[in-house]
Design a protein around this ligand. Structure first.
Ligand code: TXE
Length: 482
C-alpha cells in the first residue's frame, strides 16, 4: 500500500477537493517535494463537517465496547504499515528513524489506551447521584460532545493526533481532522486506517490546507462542538476567538519555554544528558523542550562543559544515515525562525559556547548546529520566547527560592524538569512550579495514562488520562420525582 496519500478523506471516500489547488510537502533534507496535498476550501470543510454530523447519531449510539473494536482495528492498521509509514515520516519531518518509530508507537499505545477507556465508559455512562432530598432522585449521564474538529501541528503528527482521536472516538464523537500543511501524510493515512478498520463513513474525515483558509473555516464552523488544537500560542488565540462566535468548547495545547532546574547536589552526568536530550530530541521541535537551563552557580561551568561535549558529539545529518542523532528542522519557516534567534543572539552579544548558526556541513537542507548560550540575561528574547530548535540557554541561581522564582518567570507553563538527589526537595519544588507535567531526574516521557497540557499561556484543558476523555464528554444530570 502507498502510505503517501495526496487526498482529503470525506464521508468514507478519498476526495480531491473542489479548488484544484494543491501545495507541495517539502523534504527538509533535500528541499524538494515529496508529494502534494489539495487545499480544501470552506465548502470542502463544510462537506466534511456535514458528514461528521450525519455519522454522529449512529456512532454515539454504539456501546463503548463496540467503538473499542473499531479503535483497536485502527491501531492494528497503523502497526501493520509501520515499515512504510516510518520512512515516509523520516522524509517529511527529518526525524531520526527511532524518533519516527516512536511517533507511531505512541499513537498505537494511545489509541489502545482509549479503547480500554471506551469499554469502561459503558459502566460509567449513567450513574446515580448520592444525595438525600425528599421527593428527588438524580442520575448523571456522560454524553459525547458531538462532532469535533482537530487542528494539528507537524512536530509529532501521528502521536498528537491520537491524543485527540483516541478520547474523541472513545467518547462517541465524530471528527474532522486538519493536518499540518507541513507534514500531513501520517495523519492522512488515518483515512486508510479507518477504511481498513471498517469505521462507518463520516466518523473520521480529513481536510488538508493552510491554516488561514482551511483551519480558520474549521474553527469557525458552527456544526462542530469542540476544536482541539495543538500549535503556537498566537494561532491558539486566533482559534479561541473563532470558537467564541458560537461558544464552542476548546482544547488548546500551545507552546512552552520549559525550565530544567539543576541543584548543587545533582548527578552532573545525568543533568548534562537530560539537559541535552531536552533540547536536541526532534531537533528541539517539542512543545516540552526544556530550553531554559537554570543551574546552581557552583556547578554551572562544570555542567556547561559536559553539555558542550555532548553537543559536539552529536551527528547532525539526514535520517538516511543510521548513525545520525539530529536531523534538520522540519521546514523553511522553522529554519528561518531558529536562525533568526541565532542572529538575535549575536546582536544581543550573548555568550555562545558551542554552535550558534547554520550547520556548515550542508549546502541544502534546514540543518542548524546544536547550540548553548550561557549567562543569558533574563531580558533576552532567547530566554523569554519559544525557539523550537536545538538551542539551550543557561542562567545560574544561588538558592532554591531564586530557582523557583526564575523557573516560573515566564508566560508559559507546560513542563519542567528538576535534577537533584534530594527527594524531599524535588517534591517541594515540583509543588511550586507552574507546569502541567514536572519530571524529576528522568526524560520527558508522556505515557497516555498521565496528563498533558499547560498552565498560563501554554494552553487550556488537559489531554490524555481520564482528563483527556472528559474533554470530549458533556455531563448531563437528569433529576426526577422519587
Ligand atoms: O504553528 P501554527 P506553526 C510553535 C513553535 C513553532 C511555532 C510556529 O514555536 O515555531 O508554533 O509553528 C493551523 N486558524 N508550535 O506556524 O501556526 C496550521 O495550519 C486555524 C508549538 O506551524 O500554530 C497548523 O495546522 N488554524 C507546537 C496548526 O494551526 C490555523 C507545535 C499549527 O500551526 C490558523 C507546532 C488559523 N488562523 C508549533 N493558522 C506545540 N505546542 O507542540 C494556522 N493554523
Amino acid at each position: 500500500m502507498n502510505v503517501l496519500i495526496e487526498r482529503n478523506f470525506i464521508n468514507g471516500a478519498w476526495d480531491e477537493g473542489s479548488t484544484g489547488v494543491s501545495h507541495a510537502v517539502i523534504n527538509p533534507v533535500t528541499e524538494t517535494p515529496i508529494g502534494h496535498v489539495p487545499e480544501a476550501s470552506a465548502g470542502d470543510v463544510d462537506r466534511a463537517v456535514l458528514a461528521a454530523i450525519d455519522a454522529f447519531p449512529a456512532w454515539s449510539a454504539l456501546r463503548g465496547s463496540e467503538r473499542a473494536v473499531y479503535m483497536r482495528k485502527m491501531s492494528a492498521a497503523i502497526a501493520a504499515h509501520m515499515d512504510d509509514l516510518v520512512p515516509m515520516q523520516m522524509a517529511s519531518c527529518g526525524k531520526p528513524r527511532a524518533e519516527a518509530e516512536a511517533d507511531f508507537r505512541g499513537s498505537i499505545d494511545c489509541i489502545n489506551y482509549f479503547a480500554d477507556r471506551a469499554e469502561e465508559l459503558d459502566a460509567r455512562r449513567v450513574t446515580p447521584v448520592d444525595y438525600d432530598i425528599p421527593g428527588y432522585r438524580s442520575t448523571t449521564r456522560l454524553e459525547p460532545m458531538g462532532p469535533v474538529g482537530f487542528i494539528l501541528p507537524w512536530n509529532f503528527p501521528m502521536k498528537i493526533c491520537s491524543w485527540k482521536l483516541g478520547p474523541a472516538l472513545a467518547a462517541g464523537c465524530t471528527v474532522v481532522i486538519k493536518p499540518s500543511e507541513i507534514a500531513p501524510f501520517a495523519d492522512i493515512f488515518l483515512g486508510a486506517a479507518a477504511q481498513e478498520a471498517g469505521l462507518p463513513a463520516g466518523v473520521l474525515n480529513i481536510v488538508n490546507g493552510r491554516g488561514a483558509v482551511t483551519g480558520q473555516a474549521l474553527a469557525e464552523h458552527p456544526g462542530l462542538r469542540k476544536i482541539s488544537f495543538t500549535g503556537s500560542t498566537k494561532t491558539g488565540k486566533t482559534i479561541m476567538k473563532a470558537a467564541a462566535e458560537d461558544v464552542k468548547n476548546i482544547g488548546l495545547e500551545l507552546g512552552g519555554k520549559s525550565p530544567i532546574v539543576v541543584f548543587e547536589d545533582a548527578d552532573l552526568d545525568l543533568a548534562a544528558s537530560l539537559a541535552a536530550e531536552g533540547v536536541f530530541y526532534n531537533c528541539g521541535q517539542c512543545c516540552n523542550a526544556t530550553g531554559r537551563l537554570l543551574v546552581h552557580e557552583n556547578i554551572a561551568e562544570a555542567l556547561a562543559q559536559k553539555i558542550i561535549e555532548i553537543s559536539q558529539n552529536q551527528i547532525v545529518d539526514s535520517p538516511d544515515n543510521p548513525a545520525m542523532t539530529i536531523g534538520p528542522l522540519a521546514s523553511k519557516p522553522q529554519y528561518d525562525k531558529v536562525t533568526g534567534y541565532m542572529d538575535i543572539a549575536r546582536e544581543e552579544g550573548l555568550n555562545c559556547r558551542t554552535g550558534g548558526g547554520r550547520h556548515p556541513g550542508f549546502n541544502t537542507g534546514y540543518f542548524v548546529e546544536p547550540t548553548l548560550y550561557t549567562d543569558v540575561p533574563k531580558t533576552s528574547r532567547l530566554w523569554q520566547e519559544e525557539i523550537f530548535g536545538p538551542v539551550l540557554c543557561l542562567r545560574t541561581f544561588k538558592d532554591e527560592t531564586e530557582a523557583i522564582r526564575e523557573a516560573n518567570d515566564t508566560q508559559y507553563g507546560l513542563a519542567a524538569t528538576i535534577i537533584t538527589e534530594d527527594e524531599e526537595r524535588a517534591e517541594r519544588v515540583a509543588a511550586q512550579l507552574d507546569a502541567g507535567h514536572v519530571y524529576t531526574n528522568v526524560s520527558v516521557a508522556i505515557p497516555p495514562q498521565t496528563s498533558w497540557g499547560g498552565f498560563k499561556q501554554s494552553g487550556i484543558g488537559r489531554e490524555l488520562g481520564p482528563w483527556g476523555l472528559a474533554g470530549f464528554l458533556e455531563v448531563k444530570t437528569v433529576t426526577a420525582r422519587r
